[in-house]
Design a protein around this ligand. Structure first.
Ligand SMILES: Nc1nc2c(ncn2[C@@H]2O[C@H](COP(=O)(O)OP(=O)(O)OP(=O)(O)O)[C@@H](O)[C@H]2O)c(=O)[nH]1
Ligand SMILES: [Mg+2]
Length: 157
């Protein structure tokens, strides 16, 4: 079976752990007061491919761990928050992925609490920052919204 390493990235509280929990169900996670302080892990088999998801901490001070997690990565699932927009850290992550030539797809999360204006602004920002036009899925990790499209994209990569 083909095995693929996916690293889930994005700022603190964008919903990375929630996404992994609701997409995969059975994950291992290490949290301190609800914030990831090590690597979340879970796997899911889609279309005969075993996808190993490694969720990273989103706090700035855990940069060393994000760097380590990228070792041997096939692609990154970058989670963004539609309600708050892109943080400076999100922009740094996008720069890093570009400079390391790591392919990524984007999940714009929390559309349940974002208005159309927020969402359009985030999409515009992505357009300006991501010259390579990554696949984008909008949804809500909390409500499992957008998961069918996300799974299709994950399976096709
Ligand atoms: N309204 C709404 N809240 C969400 C959604 N996804 C996650 N949340 C909430 O956002 C908060 C942070 O979610 P986490 O999954 O812990 O975020 P994280 O990206 O793993 O955060 P760190 O591990 O600290 O980097 C929690 O209160 C979640 O319930 C969503 O789609 N909609
Ligand atoms: Mg987390």
């Amino acid at each position: 079976m083909k095995e693929i390493k996916i690293v889930v990235m994005g700022s603190k509280d964008v919903g990375k752990t929630t996404l992994m929990e609701n997409l995969i169900g059975n994950i291992g996670k290490v949290e301190h007061n609800g914030t990831t302080v090590a690597i979340d892990y879970g796997n899911i088999t889609i279309n005969g491919k075993k996808l190993h998801l490694f969720g990273t901490p989103g706090q700035e001070r855990f940069e060393f761990m994000r760097e380590l997690a990228l070792n041997g990565v096939d692609f990154v699932l970058l989670v963004l928050d539609a309600a708050t927009g892109l943080s400076e850290l999100d922009k740094k992550i996008i720069d890093k992925l570009y400079s390391k030539r790591i392919p990524y797809i984007i999940f714009i999360n929390k559309i349940d609490i974002a208005d159309d204006k927020n969402l359009e602004a985030v999409k515009k920002e992505i357009e300006g920052l991501c010259p390579n036009n990554p696949p984008i899925v909008e949804g809500s990790a909390l409500n499992c919204n957008g998961f069918d499209k996300l799974k299709n994209i994950l399976a096709s990569i």
